[in-house]
Design a protein around this ligand. Structure first.
Ligand code: SAH
Length: 373
């Protein structure tokens, strides 16, 4: 796939005629969304707390309801923004779950974001509890294999009583009613983790829903070990930067770092990590290289690319990362990547750059391509 194709939005005909899709955007072809879309009977003011491209909220739009899509991932936001440009009843919020207003909605739709971890699910459920008026309804969808029953238990405690109303293979939809109590939970606190990276003890801000919140990923450690020792003054682009595990150590060594990250939750953590370390960087909430200027190029591109993106669209994203790395490396510049062995990065890197070297191979592989002059 060419990079331009990755960045292309496509209209998807629905009952309300309002949806758009693109590669890398979660919530397409996802049976949990499909079951929720068929089951939910939204009313009043509607909040979707995990909309992706908007599969579950299309029905509410078709009924003429006011719909608020709460989303932190840029690929999904690009699709939703395209939809809302033609659908005035759709309001798109690039925001975090704990930023929802209190007691403002009559219906909430939520496909559990289990792939982002328990803390993220907890934050989504707390957001539903905060946002719903007493007596309002939550339509909750998920997958039995991804902990639906356990999460339903949490939801009853946070929201109120409710039962499973639809089942299809492993997917479930439950309907719950917001009771007068308990009071909503406070927003989750960010915490700090530390790691010894390239000879320095470095602290990172982490929060719900970010990659490797328990500690710096061993693959990221490996990549850092294989980068050149001297990077002062180098212009470095970090693709899929997370909370800054790769970039912050390089910035502290005097590199000029630019971070691209699709999740707002992670961007906010990276901002806090850099600020606390007194380091400078360009930080962008960006779908791959969407946020960069046409001609921006770097001496070095580094990446520990995602393994999962809302379950199934990871291949498109992985290939787009390699294509963007090629486009954004200056002639003579280098692209370093670390990955699990099972994706064919060396093939894609050789296709683009004409060369690839394996610097390390074991549980992870560290690969290097040089852009010809
Ligand atoms: N570099 C960080 C994070 C690696 S995980 C570290 O080493 O710890 C991969 C990151 O890519 C995740 O933070 C994920 O949110 C981000 N990502 C996934 N899809 C993306 C996209 N389309 N554009 C930009 N970043 C993306």
């Amino acid at each position: 796939m060419e990079l331009a194709d990755y960045h292309t939005l496509r209209k998807l005909p629905t009952a309300s005629g309002a949806l758009w899709v693109k590669p890398g955007a979660p919530g397409q072809d996802d049976p949990a969304y499909a079951l929720l879309a068929r089951t939910a009977e939204p009313r009043g003011r509607v909040l979707d707390l995990n909309p992706g491209v908007g599969m579950a909220l299309a029905g509410a739009l078709a009924r003429g309801l006011e719909v608020h899509a709460w989303e932190d991932r840029r690929p999904a936001l690009r699709a939703l923004e395209a939809a809302s440009a033609q659908e005035p009843a759709l309001h798109v919020h690039a925001a975090l779950p704990w930023e929802v207003p209190e007691a403002a909605f009559d219906t909430a739709l939520l496909v559990l974001g289990a792939e982002r971890g328990n803390d993220w699910v907890r934050a989504q459920l707390a957001a539903a509890a905060r946002a719903l008026k007493p007596g309002a309804l939550l339509w909750l969808a998920g997958d039995k294999k991804l902990g639906f029953e356990r999460y339903l238990g949490w939801t009853r405690k946070l929201i109120g009583p409710g039962e499973v109303v639809a089942r299809e293979r492993g997917r479930r939809v439950a309907l719950l009613e917001r009771s007068e109590s308990p009071a909503p939970e406070p927003a989750p606190q960010r915490t700090t983790i530390t790691a010894r990276l390239r000879g320095r003890e470095i602290a990172f801000s982490v929060g719900p829903g970010v990659f490797s919140a328990d500690g710096v990923d061993p693959a990221s450690l490996l990549l850092l070990e294989h980068l050149p020792a001297e990077l002062r003054g180098a212009r470095v682009l970090d693709l899929g930067a997370g909370y800054g595990a790769l970039s912050l150590p390089l910035a502290l060594e005097g590199a000029h770092t630019t971070l691209l990250e699709s999740q707002l939750a992670s961007v906010r953590c990276a901002e806090a990590s850099f600020a606390a370390a007194g380091a400078q960087a360009e930080l962008h909430h960006s779908d791959v290289d969407e946020a960069l200027q046409k001609d921006e190029e770097y001496d070095m591109v580094i990446s520990n690319p995602p393994l999962h993106v809302g379950g199934r669209v990871v291949l498109d994203v992985a290939k787009a990362f390699v294509a963007a790395a090629h486009r954004r490396t200056r002639p003579g510049g280098r692209f370093y990547l670390v990955a699990n062995p099972f994706l064919k990065y060396e093939v894609w890197m050789r296709d683009r750059f004409g060369n690839v070297r394996t610097l390390y191979a074991d549980r992870y592989k560290v690969l290097l391509s040089v852009k010809p002059r």
